[in-house]
Design a protein around this ligand. Structure first.
Ligand code: PEP
Length: 255
């Protein structure tokens, strides 16, 4: 199936950028540039403290709000963490789990990624699960093994019904925030591998329907090429999502 039969999802990951007042300016600017572009889903994954401001600003528009992480417990003694219900009540519909920066700097493992994904899905959130190999893993020729393992473990215990609310973002770690992008073919090949992992577990149809994004220095210049590939259904975008103009060009490329 060509990616044209699946809907592109363009998600910005603002990371630890934008105070609430700066977030209000950015989202206002983004909205002015993407309004009316209904050919893809548009999501902004913002810092927790920006969620109320951004949720209010995008109410009734095509833009949806996402968070950048979620805890697996519904509540309790987990200082510094945020639950799925808390996010939902603030207007969040999407959440990223397993971003490589969480895996690299905050001890996130395949097991905790799975727990977070399941908690978010149980609460009715759509989960963007990030997978991707390190440069050393690519150079050792084990990319396929790494992303297959990460995908399988992230989806452990996720039902077929819940899978409809899962998006997988293939993010080669060496391409994140580095300005180095995977070539269209490299990105498409790994997204295809992820699709076959999903198909092996949930069936051919589920594999075909799975939304798989590419992330890693996607920008206004390279987005159209990446998004034209059969296995790529959108992008998870860091740096370029902080510039309304560039983000809007990527949204336009996904129409
Ligand atoms: C990301 O944060 O998921 C990302 C892909 O960042 P960047 O676009 O800046 O590489």
């Amino acid at each position: 199936m060509s990616s044209r039969r699946r809907r592109n999802v363009i998600a910005g990951n603002w990371k630890m950028n934008m105070t609430p007042s700066a977030a209000k300016e950015l989202i206002t600017d983004i909205y002015a540039k993407v309004k009316g572009k209904k050919g893809c889903d548009v999501v902004v994954c913002v810092p927790y403290v920006d969620i109320p401001t951004v949720a209010q600003a995008v109410k009734g528009t095509i833009i949806k709000v996402g968070a950048q992480n979620v805890h697996f417990a519904p509540k309790g003694a987990y200082t510094g963490e945020i639950s799925a219900e808390m996010l939902k009540e603030c207007g969040v519909q999407y959440v990223i789990v397993g971003h490589s920066e969480r895996r690299q700097y905050f001890g996130e493992t395949d097991e905790t990624v799975n727990l977070r994904a399941k908690a978010a899905l149980e609460a009715g959130l759509t989960v963007i699960v990030c997978v991707g190999e390190l440069l050393s893993e690519r150079e050792s020729g084990i990319t396929s093994e790494v992303v297959s393992r990460q995908t399988k473990l992230a989806l452990q215990g996720v039902s077929e019904e819940q899978l409809k609310n899962v998006i997988i973002a293939y993010e080669p770690v060496w391409a994140i925030g580095t300005g180095k992008t995977a070539t269209n073919e490299e990105a498409d090949e790994v997204c295809g591998i992820i699709r076959s992992v999903v198909a092996a577990k949930y069936g051919k149809q589920a594999g075909k329907q799975m939304i798989i994004q590419y992330g890693g220095s996607m920008n206004a210049k390279n987005a159209a090429g990446l998004l034209s590939m059969d296995n790529i259904d959108g992008g998870l975008i860091g740096g370029a999502s902080l510039k309304a103009e560039d983000f809007a060009v990527i949204v336009e490329a996904a129409q």
